[in-house]
Design a protein around this ligand. Structure first.
Ligand SMILES: [Zn+2]
Length: 338
């Protein structure tokens, strides 16, 4: 029995036909977790779809109306980059409900993982980059509306910048202090101790809103326009495990020095992987698991509940994507069992 719940439904499947986004990955992860006996059926809980009221906490009524009535313009459909259908709308509402459920489990149990979600490219008034609505933002706003939290932090480790997250939670900002020299994981043993040797471009902003956003991503990749996160780490192409982990450590340390979240939303994209078709970083499967462990260790050491969503993953071999996401569950088990 896992020390936390996995939120999952077969209906997470996105009905988008043959596509670079492997919509079947959710079921494959679920099945792999069971077959390998990492999880048992009782570890899974089923999400309910988000309500329209939930979605309205983030998205404009006009955009929701277009989705509900199938009246996106051709340009809006093109930006979404997945074929629109009413069934797809249903799947995204369920993903948002799954993230709400995972956030609830995080707050009551320390960690909650949805085997889905992480649609960080959705904006209040439009969707793009395979993301129709922003499930993580909806979950944060719902927790706030219910009075369960005031402050949240998004830690986005997908290879693509969290432009929707930045746009939704962005406030008025001014450039602020540089990253510190003391890593967050100095709190815990067996963490990377090296300073990054690569030349990433770091943009930090003094923070004014109630959600602090950190994005570690490949600079030379989608989205071309990157609205400012609270901390953006613009990584150079081909960066490997050690440098990536050192940058992540620095970003977490800096963020948690500036901001004291009551919920950490970890967007655990599998696409920084070196075999990814839509990514240009060079992380190994082992390095990605260390990344997960680092986020979980830091959150646990500071007593911050963490909710996890999966986001992207486009490995040439879909089984690698499944392995990377499965390893996130294993990493959580190792950190949160102790
Ligand atoms: Zn991505």
């Amino acid at each position: 029995m896992l020390p936390f719940k996995l939120v999952y439904s077969d209906d997470y499947y996105l009905p988008i036909g043959p596509h670079v986004f492997p919509a079947e990955k959710y079921k494959r992860i679920h099945d792999r977790l069971l077959v390998s006996r990492i999880a048992e059926p009782a570890d899974f809980v089923t999400p309910h779809p988000a309500t329209d009221q939930d979605v309205l906490l983030v998205h404009t009524p006009q955009y929701i109306e277009k989705l509900k009535t199938g009246t996106l313009s051709p340009r809006e459909q093109m930006e979404l980059e997945v074929p629109f259908s009413p069934a797809l709308v249903k799947a995204f509402w369920l993903a948002a409900g799954g993230s709400i459920r995972a956030a609830d489990h995080a707050l009551s149990n320390g960690i909650g993982i949805s085997i889905g979600g992480g649609f960080h490219h959705a904006f209040p008034d439009h969707g793009e980059g395979f993301c129709m609505i922003h499930d993580v933002a909806i979950a944060i706003r719902r927790m706030q509306r219910d009075g369960k939290i005031r402050y949240a932090m998004a830690v986005d480790c997908d290879v693509h910048q969290g432009n929707g997250t930045a746009a939704i939670f962005g406030g008025t900002r001014t450039t602020s202090e540089p990253l510190p020299s003391v890593p967050a994981s100095a709190l815990t043993p067996s963490s990377p101790e090296k300073s990054p040797t690569s030349l990433a471009k770091i943009q930090t902003h003094s923070h004014t809103g109630d959600v602090f956003t950190i994005s570690l991503h490949q600079e030379n990749n989608y989205p071309a326009w990157k609205p400012p996160s609270s901390i953006d780490i613009n990584l150079p192409d081909e960066i490997g495990d050690d440098d990536y982990l050192a940058w992540l450590d620095n970003a977490l340390s800096s963020g948690l020095r500036q901001f004291d979240p009551e919920l950490l939303c970890y967007i655990a994209g599998a696409d920084p992987y070196r075999e990814d078709q839509l990514g240009g970083l060079s992380l190994t499967i082992d390095g990605l698991k260390k990344r997960d462990e680092l986020v979980f260790r830091v959150a646990k050491a500071r007593g911050i509940p963490v909710m996890v969503t999966l986001a992207g993953g486009y490995a040439r071999n879909v089984e690698d994507t499944v392995t990377i996401h499965r390893n996130t569950v294993i990493a959580a088990t190792e950190v949160f069992t102790k």
